[in-house]
Design a protein around this ligand. Structure first.
Ligand code: FAD
Length: 363
């Protein structure tokens, strides 16, 4: 890892893995995004937690890019949007909001298939040369995939409601020589990759090759072992391989089995399976993405889309003009509901961060 030539004021350089371990991993606020493992060769995922496997040169990289060590949203917004949000922008800064649907829908998508369609469009148009997506095995264990064909992107469609260290796929893409990398993921993963792109830290490993960030809406995520042993097997009596789809709709968490039978509980009853590291997160709508996609606010089979940056606008416009995505107006009611959920997550963050003593993440 070569140091950049320009002088950069050292900020978190003295903070090594010890601080990350103490402040984030042992404190159980780690969101397992995979960023520290991705960009530091001395950190590996062992037993589902970042682990130091070599001596620590105290370079500070893991600490600097972790979305849970510090995050100054005002600073990030100024860098990304040249302004900070106003008080009524509960979903973060965006240029356009719409309901959209892939045309035709390809793959077993979650909602409107827009995340998949946008990535395929980005690949076909040359905006990206690969897309880091989150696929799964037959037991619903999620896996990061560096997709290089539309078919591979389509194969990864659909939501896996389990924590995944997908940012490691970006490191794999860099190692394999890709130079225009697209990524789709949860708000914490998008925060981490924006830190990688925008913070003026003295590390250089090809961050300029990250070309597109598609963010997902996310209220919370779940721990695989806890969710599958406690709820899927324990309460629903299902084997993971018998589930064809998971969804969260109208306040219910649902597993639909391969025979089409719906097994459901109220979302409030899923609290015991929620991943602890999701607590100190205020970001519902992937506010630092180029373009965000979610289900809330749109009709079944459609996606809510927030176009945020110039990159996002270029991609969305080309998807519309080439007909791979169609859109309709996002209703006032849909927008209000999305804003309400975003505000609720922000409020939960205020409570949790006080409880957990997280003071360096500020919105
Ligand atoms: C953990 C989680 C929680 C969510 N919670 C909400 C919510 O509360 N409200 C809401 O409106 N929407 C939520 N979403 C988003 C929603 O489920 C859909 O992903 C979104 O509407 C896009 O739908 P689509 O049909 O366009 O996506 P698709 O075209 O089906 O593509 C989905 C993409 O998501 C990626 N992906 C799947 N699982 C994961 C994962 N675990 N981590 C990272 N990337 C993944 C895949 O790579 C795929 O490319 C959540 C998503 C996740 C992953």
């Amino acid at each position: 890892m070569a140091a950049k030539e320009k002088f950069v004021e050292p900020t978190y350089l003295e903070c090594g893995f010890g601080e990350l371990e103490y402040k984030v991993i042992a404190s159980e606020i780690c969101c397992r995004c995979g960023t520290c493992e991705a960009f530091c060769p001395r950190i590996e995922n062992q037993e589902s937690r970042p682990t130091l496997i070599d001596y620590d040169p105290l370079c500070g990289l893991c600490f600097a890019y972790c979305p849970r060590t510090f995050l100054n949203m005002e600073d990030m917004e100024k860098k990304l949007f040249s302004r900070t949000r106003s008080q009524d922008e509960a979903l973060g800064i965006y240029r356009k909001a719409a309901s959209a649907q892939a045309s035709p829908v390809q793959g077993t998508v979650q909602d409107g298939g827009v995340a998949t369609a946008l990535l395929v469009q980005a690949l076909k148009s040359g905006m990206i040369d690969c897309a880091v997506v989150t696929g799964r095995d037959e037991n619903w264990r999620s896996v990061p995939v560096v997709a290089t064909t539309p078919e591979e992107i389509i194969a990864a469609a659909g939501t896996k409601y389990t924590i995944t260290n997908s940012v490691v796929g970006v490191a794999e893409a860099l190692e394999r020589g890709f130079s225009k990398i697209g990524f789709v993921g949860t708000p914490c993963q998008i925060q981490a990759l924006r830190k990688v792109q925008l913070l003026e830290e003295p590390y250089e490993f090809g961050q300029e090759k990250i070309a597109l960030l598609v963010g997902l809406f996310c209220m919370e995520n779940f721990d695989y072992d806890t969710l599958f042993s406690g709820l899927i097997k324990g309460k629903f009596g299902l084997k993971p391989e018998d589930v064809s789809r998971f969804e969260i709709q109208k306040g219910m968490f649902r597993a639909i089995d391969k025979g089409g039978q719906v097994h459901e509980v109220k979302i409030a009853e899923t609290d015991p399976y929620t991943f602890k590291g999701c607590g100190p997160c205020f970001d519902f709508a992937s506010e630092l993405a180029d373009i965000s996609v979610g289900s809330v606010g749109s009709a079944a089979g459609w996606s809510t889309v927030l176009v945020r940056t110039e990159v996002g606008e270029k991609l969305y416009s080309s998807a519309l003009s080439s007909g791979v995505v169609k859109e309709k107006a996002l209703s006032e009611k849909g927008l209000a509901l999305s804003k309400k959920l975003s505000a609720e997550k922000a409020q939960r963050f205020v409570e949790k961060s006080q409880e957990l003593g997280v003071s360096e993440i500020t919105r």
